[in-house]
Design a protein around this ligand. Structure first.
Ligand code: GLN
Length: 487
C-alpha cells in the first residue's frame, strides 16, 4: 500500500483490501523508521491518527465514504488543528496546542481523511529551503545532503519519501511549487481566495494560499475538491459555486487530448538565470506537450523582473503586522525572566523568533514607516498591479503559461543559508503568480544530474480544473511523477 496514489488507496479501501487503521499504521511505522533522519514531521500523534482511522473505518462500513475517507494525509504545521501542537516552525509557538481547527483541517476531517501528523516548515513559512525551522532542517529524500525546498519542505519530503500519501502546503511566494519541484511532486497553488485561510497562521495575508501536494494531478484534484469553498470566517474567501476539479480529466480525450490548447512561453522565463539542466528538461516537457496536440506562442511578462523586489517589500510589510500578535501575553512563548511589561515583550520576541523572521519584521516595519511608505510600499503595490496586468495581457493570447518552477535543482544544506538574496532568488519564477493571485502548479518533468526538475504551469483566474487536466494529460503520457527515491 505504500507508494500508491490517493485514487488507488481510495479504491483499495472501498474494496476492503485494507482498512484505514491498517493504512494509517503502515504509514506511522514508516514515519517511525525514516523521520528521525528526514525530519519531515514535527508532531506525530499515533493515538489521535488511529482514532480518526477507526472512525473512517466505521464510515466505510456504513457505506458513507467519500474519495478521501480513511486516507492518511500529512498537514503542514501552519494549520491550526484542535488538540494538536501547532508550531508554524517557530519557537514562538513551540508549546501552542490549538483549541480549534482551521477550515482546511475541518474540511479534511469532514471528508473522512486521517490527519497523519504535522509537517516541518520554514519558520512562519519564510524561506525556500526549510532551514529556518526552529525544529531543524528537513532533508531531501532524493539526496539527504540537500534541501527539500521551502517553506512546505516537510510536506514535500514526507510525500517524496512515502511517509505520507499526500500533504497540504501553503504558497505565499512559491512554497508549494518550489518544494514540489525539488522533491519530484505535483503541487498546486489555487487562485487566491479559493481555499479558506481561516486558522492558517498568517504570513502575508494578501498572498498566502493553501493547496495540495501529492504524486499526481488526479490526487491534487481530489484534495482540492475537499479543500476549496467559501468560508464566511475568511473575509477574502470567494463566494463561488462548488466545482468538481476532476471534471476535465474525467473525459476520454483520445490521442491528442490537448488539441487546440495554446501554451504561452514568456520570454522572461527562458532567458538567463536558469540552470542548463533544468532548462533542457523544461524544453523537453514542452516538446511532449506539442505531441499531445498543444501549440506554443511566445508571450511577455515585462514587469516580472521586478517581482522579487516588490514581493520582498509587500510580504515583510504584511508579516510585520501579522506577527505583532506574538507578544508573550496570551499564548505561545514567553521569556522566563524580565523586568517589566516592555522588557517582557522585547525578550519574548528576541528569544522566540529566529533570524529570518526578525529580518522580515525589520524590513516590513521600515517600509511601512512614515517617510518610506510612499517610496517602498506604495511603489511595490504599483508594481504588483503592473505584473497582474502583464498576465491579463498574456492570457489574451494563450490558455496556460509554462516555464521552469525553480531556476535550479535541490541545493546543498547550508549552501545558500548565509546569503538571503541568493535564497530569495529561488522564487524568481513563482513569486509573480502570487502577486497576481493566479493559480499555479509544478509537475515533475525529469531529472538533472539525478535530481528532480519541475515544470511550472500557470493558469488564468479560476482555471484550476483546466490546469489539473493539462498536468494530468502529461502524466498519462510520461512517467516522471511515478519515480521515487531509493531508500
Ligand atoms: N520563499 C519565499 C519566502 O521566503 C516564499 C515563501 C512562501 O511561499 N511561504 O518568502
Amino acid at each position: 500500500m505504500i507508494g500508491r496514489t490517493l485514487k488507488e488507496l481510495g479504491a483499495a479501501l472501498a474494496a476492503r483490501q485494507v482498512s484505514s487503521t491498517e493504512l494509517t499504521q503502515l504509514h506511522l511505522d514508516r514515519i517511525a523508521r525514516l523521520n528521525p533522519e528526514i525530519n519531515a514531521f514535527v508532531t506525530v500523534d499515533a493515538e489521535k491518527s488511529l482514532a480518526q482511522a477507526k472512525a473512517a473505518d466505521a464510515r466505510i462500513a456504513a457505506g458513507d465514504a467519500g474519495p478521501l475517507t480513511g486516507i492518511p494525509i500529512a498537514q503542514k504545521d501552519i494549520f491550526c488543528a484542535e488538540g494538536w501542537r501547532t508550531t508554524c516552525g517557530s519557537k514562538m509557538l513551540g508549546n501552542f496546542v490549538s483549541p480549534y481547527d482551521a477550515t482546511v483541517i475541518a474540511k479534511f476531517e469532514a471528508a473522512g481523511a486521517v490527519n497523519l501528523g504535522k509537517t516541518n516548515m520554514d519558520e512562519f513559512a519564510m524561506g525556500s529551503s526549510n532551514e529556518t525551522s526552529h525544529f531543524g532542517p528537513v532533508k531531501n529524500p532524493w539526496d539527504r545532503s540537500r534541501v527539500p525546498g521551502g517553506s512546505s519542505g516537510g510536506s514535500a519530503a514526507a510525500v517524496a519519501s512515502l511517509m505520507a500519501p499526500a500533504a497540504t502546503g501553503t504558497d505565499t511566494g512559491g512554497s508549494i511549487r518550489q518544494p514540489a519541484a525539488l522533491c519530484n511532486l505535483t503541487g498546486l497553488k489555487p487562485t487566491y481566495g479559493v481555499v479558506s485561510r481561516w486558522g492558517m497562521i498568517a504570513f502575508a495575508s494578501s498572498l498566502d494560499q493553501a493547496g495540495p501536494m501529492a504524486r499526481t494531478a488526479e490526487d491534487c484534484a481530489l484534495m482540492l475538491n475537499a479543500m476549496a469553498g467559501f468560508d464566511d470566517r475568511d473575509s477574502t474567501s470567494l463566494e463561488r459555486e462548488t466545482e468538481d476539479y476532476c471534471r476535465e480529466m474525467a473525459a476520454n480525450a483520445g490521442e491528442k487530448p490537448l488539441a487546440g490548447l495554446k501554451i504561452g512561453l514568456p520570454k522572461e522565463f527562458f532567458g538567463e538565470g536558469c540552470d542548463a539542466g533544468v532548462m533542457a528538461r523544461v524544453q523537453e516537457a514542452i516538446a511532449e506537450y506539442r505531441k499531445l496536440g498543444a501549440e506554443t506562442v511566445e508571450v511577455s511578462l515585462p514587469n516580472m523582473q521586478h517581482g522579487v523586489a516588490a514581493y520582498y517589500v509587500i510580504a515583510p510589510a504584511e508579516a510585520s503586522s501579522n506577527l505583532s500578535r506574538y507578544d508573550g501575553v496570551r499564548y505561545g512563548y514567553r521569556a522566563p525572566d524580565y523586568a517589566d511589561l516592555d522588557d517582557m515583550y522585547c525578550k519574548t520576541r528576541a528569544q522566540g523568533f529566529g533570524a529570518e523572521v526578525k529580518r522580515r519584521i525589520l524590513i516590513g516595519t521600515y517600509v511601512l514607516s512614515h517617510g518610506y511608505y510612499d517610496a517602498y510600499y506604495l511603489q511595490a503595490q504599483r508594481i504588483r498591479r503592473l505584473i497582474a496586468n502583464d498576465f491579463v495581457e498574456a492570457f489574451r493570447r494563450c490558455d496556460v503559461i509554462m516555464g521552469p518552477t525553480s531556476p535550479c535543482t535541490a541545493f546543498g544544506l547550508g549552501e545558500k543559508a548565509a546569503d538571503p538574496v541568493q535564497m530569495y532568488l529561488s522564487d524568481i519564477y513563482t513569486i509573480a503568480v502570487n502577486l497576481a493571485g493566479l493559480p499555479g502548479m509544478s509537475i515533475p518533468c525529469g531529472f538533472a544530474a539525478g535530481l528532480p526538475v519541475g515544470l511550472q504551469l500557470i493558469g488564468d483566474y479560476f482555471a484550476e480544473a483546466r490546469l489539473l487536466n493539462v498536468a494530468h494529460r502529461y502524466q498519462q503520457a510520461t512517467g516522471w511523477h511515478l519515480q521515487t527515491p531509493s531508500e
